[in-house]
Write a protein that binds this ligand. Structure first.
Ligand code: HEM
Ligand code: HEM
Length: 177
């Protein structure tokens, strides 16, 4: 299997990015929704929240690399689909890129503005913004809303993949596996 995409197939790098980021995002949702309730031990909760922040920044870096890779590679085309399906595919994929870059950015901005930047060991990973409670509040509102939007868009994406595999019985899902 080639590293690069061809006009009909995803290469191994695109597949690697797709499934690694999928697993990380899944983990982020579990940690994000449950991290405050996992334990009454404040130190443990602090460690888990920081892990959520670091894994989120890892997703941000992977998404930027992935976007560069996608831009440099041909996008495998869809055969036998209508004009609107091609449009829907481009829109959903484009949205997924935007959402998974905006999501970690909103968390990062909120954490830094709230005075609790992610910590890599003892090193704070700061942004050039001042402490600002209002900004932190808005950034976390955005973070929470984006979480719901991502759940909706990924569900549409998943349903489309299942539709192609089980109803249209084409190789769209297989070429991402
Ligand atoms: C793709 C990456 C990320 C995903 C999928 C994600 C997901 C989530 C989810 C689902 C929640 C719960 C939201 C809610 O309760 O309404 C959450 C909360 C939170 N996230 Fe993230 N997150 C990501 C990246 C980050 C990053 C990079 C940071 C900080 C550097 C961060 C900091 C936080 C914090 C502090 C909370 C708690 C917010 C609060 O108490 O309102 N997240 N995240
Ligand atoms: C966090 C969840 C997910 C995200 C962010 C995501 C994102 C993407 C993106 C951006 C693409 C376009 C190709 C690329 O640039 O890499 C893509 C393609 C694809 N995804 Fe996902 N995906 C997710 C979950 C899933 C799941 C759960 C499935 C199916 C079980 C799936 C199946 C596919 C398939 C089959 C393609 C190829 C479509 C084609 O041939 O054009 N994805 N995904």
């Amino acid at each position: 299997m080639s590293l690069n995409n061809t006009s009909t197939q995803y290469g191994s790098v695109a597949k690697f990015f797709h499934w690694l980021i999928f697993v990380f995002v899944l983990l982020q949702f579990f940690i994000g929704y449950f991290m405050e309730d996992i334990s009454t031990n404040k130190i443990l909760v602090g460690v888990i929240v920081n892990f959520h922040k670091l894994l989120g920044l890892t997703i941000l870096a992977l998404m930027v690399l992935r976007a560069v890779w996608a831009w440099k590679n041909p996008k495998p085309s869809l055969l036998n689909v209508s004009h609107w399906q091609r449009w829907a595919e481009h829109t959903v994929h484009g949205l997924l890129y935007l959402l998974l870059i905006a999501m970690p950015l909103s968390g990062w901005i909120g954490s830094v503005a709230g005075g609790r930047p992610p910590r890599y060991g003892t090193m704070p990973l700061n942004l050039p913004i001042e402490k600002n409670k209002e900004l932190a509040g808005s950034a976390f509102d955005v973070h929470g809303s984006l979480a719901i939007i991502i759940l909706v868009v990924v569900s549409i994406h998943l349903l489309a993949a299942l539709y192609h595999h089980f109803i249209k019985k084409d190789d769209i899902l297989r070429r991402m596996l």
